[in-house]
Write a protein that binds this ligand. Sequence first.
Ligand code: ADP
Length: 500
Amino acid sequence: MFQKILIANRGEIAIRVARTCRELGIATVAVYSEADLSSPHLFAADEAVCIGPAQASQSYLNAQALISAAQQTGAQAIHPGYGFLSENSAFAQLVREAGLTFIGPSSESLAAVGNKIFARQTVTKLGVPVVPALEHPSRDPALLREQVQALGYPVLIKAASGGGGKGMRIVRQEKELLEAAAAAEREAVSAFAEGTIYIERYIERPRHIEVQILGDQHGTLVHLGERECSIQRRYQKILEETPSPAVSPQLRDAMTTAALTVAKAAGYYNAGTVEFILDDQGRFYFLEVNARLQVEHPITEWITGLDLVREQIRIAAGERLGFAQNDIQRRGHAFECRVYAEDPARGFLPSPGTVLAWNAPTGPGIRVDAGVTAQTVVSVYYDPLIAKLSTWGQDREQARRRMESALRQCAVLGPTTNLPFLLDLVTHPAFIAGDTHTGFLTEHLSQWQPTSSAGHDLEAALTIAITHARKSRVTTATSVGGQPVTASPWQQLGGWRMGQ
Ligand code: ADP
């Protein structure tokens, strides 16, 4: 087992990884950019190394700086978290060449699943269904029009090296085709330095269903059930749940078998996710493999009782999984909401700034993975994710009510957040009914505006409390019976009550 691990990430996921390391008795090294001097992830680790300026390209994406930081501090392994370099096969290779362990799949597996066209071709050979597509669309406009006509509108243009929904464009009519293809290509070049595109038939009102897999380096491969991530905005997940209300035991068998077939063929080990879309006829199609820990992994941890980061570390160290498919029990239901510093009333514009106060929800079946505390600066340089709230219940409705309660308790003072939007989402009748699909937010909440909610009351109450506490600090301490009394908030805030 490793004695020291470097965490090549920031925010909530860096803290998440550090927690498991501490539990396992492994020392940790955090890395940070110049913009992250006040970030809580620095304090979650035992040591911290500055790896460069604010721009991710010069810090969190700087492979050489990360490897040097690991070597300087004597770390034996690197956990990449998600995003940044987590799925970069060249980085995994460099880590290995430096004599360190990359906590993830082999660089060969990363390369094999990293290109979506290649991955599609591989899984087709295995008999796993894929969405009908033009894998090599013609460069000739007239021919391209013909090809897409034959495929059938609407279509979705995608980037071969895509991720995070970048470079994707829906085309409903032929007259939009050429412009959309050019735009998708431009976006792909700027995001992935590589502009190859392909064109899939667009499936209307699908659900996004993905299967979590876990494999060791000795040939044991298991699945941990599915997650549904249909609640998306611009192809980005906002809320996830497990199990999916749309997946029957038979469908689960078929999808998890397909996922394991794909993973096995890629020689996959460590944690990974095989993504599918499910159409309204109950047919599923392979989308891609995410070769890393997913943002939404806590909901799988809730229902399986496993710590996925612990499993990742044990697998990377060469240990055996030590359990088989039949040993995995899934219990109850779990949800996750992603709390962002953004303004849903103004097109989800990022809302950076300093978090003045932060109230994390608590209670039975509530888990918080936060990347902030009071005084943390939500920077313009990175993803504005503040925290992930996840809840567990014996059934879907109990888990949902706990999420409702968690969202009402949660308060962030400073940046505008999507908390009131999330609350309206989890209390929407169609959501309560489990009637979800990837167009859910467009269909039900596209005109969303904030109404008065409990979250706002709590934020107002916090504002008053903070202002009052600041004022109180300057009042002189009094004395009782000759003994000086230090400023107690209970005395100082005598006129203030929490409640309606
Ligand atoms: P990325 O890697 O950029 O996240 P994915 O291929 O994983 O892209 O797709 C992201 C989302 O885009 C899916 O969850 C789904 O909502 C939507 N999507 C992808 N392919 C299709 C398709 N053929 N038809 C309809 N929606 C799709």
